[in-house]
Design a protein around this ligand. Structure first.
Ligand code: SF4
Length: 371
């Protein structure tokens, strides 16, 4: 087989300060973390903890919960205590919930300055409470709720306006010696968003939380987020990410993880290298790729599996993968680490690939090559 040479990284990570969101480090070279947000009423503690458990199982590392009412604020202590991953309270409008969230033991608090009236007057107290509890603050600027002064100054939510808003709010905290901050400047247009983060990255050393806000339904949101995060992360910008989809939050996590794996920022787990199929295909590639993906879901070892429709690129790709199949003439040649180990009838391809994958996984675990 051809030895695997790890690809060089796309760019040096931007040097940023480090904050601790509970046990998860953000910034300062820490691995880029994936977060999501619950869709339950936070006051419904059972449903919220259930969704957090699902998110945790899917690989989510930090979870945010909305806190629009007193009932939600009252639920925070239990949720913060029982969640397996750090909980960030998301606060708009009411400063009193910021204090409640800090008292509740939340791992961080997100504030949206544009949505908090007289926010500036409250910063001193917030900074004090946050420092006393060691709670970092995310300044979460959002195009849809930009500070009115800046909206007037710039006419709309331009990258400059978003960045000015974020840095102004950060400076208010800095006046009180508080720098335990991460920042987001979200916009629904990836181009504006990318430019905003690039500007922000130059102007401060705070860790950055990436997000395309209101990115849309799953397909559109996935593409927008992948493009925007890719453009930034490939330049080393971004310390934690949240994919926003009009879809269940577990989907956001899957997309987020896949984006990081695609960029080489996280170890690739199961990777299916399947061809798009074409007029030469001698097998239903879509069906085969779907069946192999489903059969191998949840594999914990890094495994590259090639599913190829014919012999043009088939053997080549199949050889470079850990495992692969090249189809032709109603049969599948099964490759393991570059060697044809067997040829099976088409109806046995999926089953054989799964069996071989299990063997490789066992071997990797024995050799300690799996993480
Ligand atoms: Fe077409 Fe074969 Fe390439 Fe698949 S591997 S796209 S079937 S030429």
């Amino acid at each position: 087989g051809i030895p695997e040479v790890p690809a060089p990284p796309l760019a040096e990570r931007r040097a940023s300060r480090r904050i601790q969101v509970g046990p998860v480090a953000v910034g300062g070279g820490a691995p880029v973390s994936v977060q999501s947000m619950t869709t339950t009423r936070t006051s419904d503690v059972g449903a919220t903890l259930q969704q957090i458990a699902e998110l945790t199982a899917s690989g989510c590392q930090i979870v945010r919960v909305a806190c629009p009412t007193q009932d939600d604020a009252d639920a925070l202590p239990v949720i913060a205590r029982k969640s397996q991953i750090p909980v960030i309270a998301d606060i708009h409008f009411q400063p009193k919930y910021v204090f409640a969230a800090i008292e509740a033991g939340c791992a961080a608090v997100r504030v949206n300055p544009g949505n908090i009236k007289q926010f500036d007057d409250k910063v001193k107290e917030i900074a004090k409470a946050a420092r006393d509890h060691g709670t970092p603050i995310r300044i979460g600027v959002n195009a849809g709720s930009l500070d009115r002064r800046l909206l007037q100054k710039y006419g709309r939510a331009t990258p400059e306006a978003l960045v000015e808003s974020a840095l102004w709010e950060a400076s208010l905290f800095e006046e009180h010696g508080f720098r335990d901050i991460k920042i987001s400047v979200k916009h629904n247009d990836p181009v504006v968003m990318i430019n905003a983060y690039r500007l922000l990255a130059e102007r401060c050393d705070y860790p950055l939380h990436l997000g395309v806000t209101e990115a849309g339904p799953a397909f559109q949101g996935t593409v927008k987020s992948a493009v925007a995060f890719g453009a930034l992360l490939s330049r080393g910008i971004g310390d934690t990410i949240r994919v926003s989809l009009s879809a269940p939050p577990v989907e956001e996590v899957k997309v987020g993880i896949q984006i990081l794996q695609s960029l080489g920022l996280r170890e690739r787990r199961l990777e299916i290298v399947s061809c798009p199929s074409c007029g030469r295909a001698q097998v239903d590639v879509y069906k085969l790729a779907d069946e192999v993906t489903a059969g191998l879901e949840g594999m914990e070892v890094p495994l590259r599996v090639a599913v190829m429709g014919c012999v043009v690129n088939g053997p080549g790709e199949a050889r470079e993968a850990d495992l692969g199949v090249a189809s032709g003439n109603g049969k599948g040649q099964i490759f393991v680490k570059g060697e044809v180990v067997k040829t099976v009838p088409e109806s046995k391809i999926v089953q054989t690939l799964i069996e071989e994958a299990m063997k490789i996984a066992e071997q990797m675990e024995k050799d300690g090559t799996a993480t």
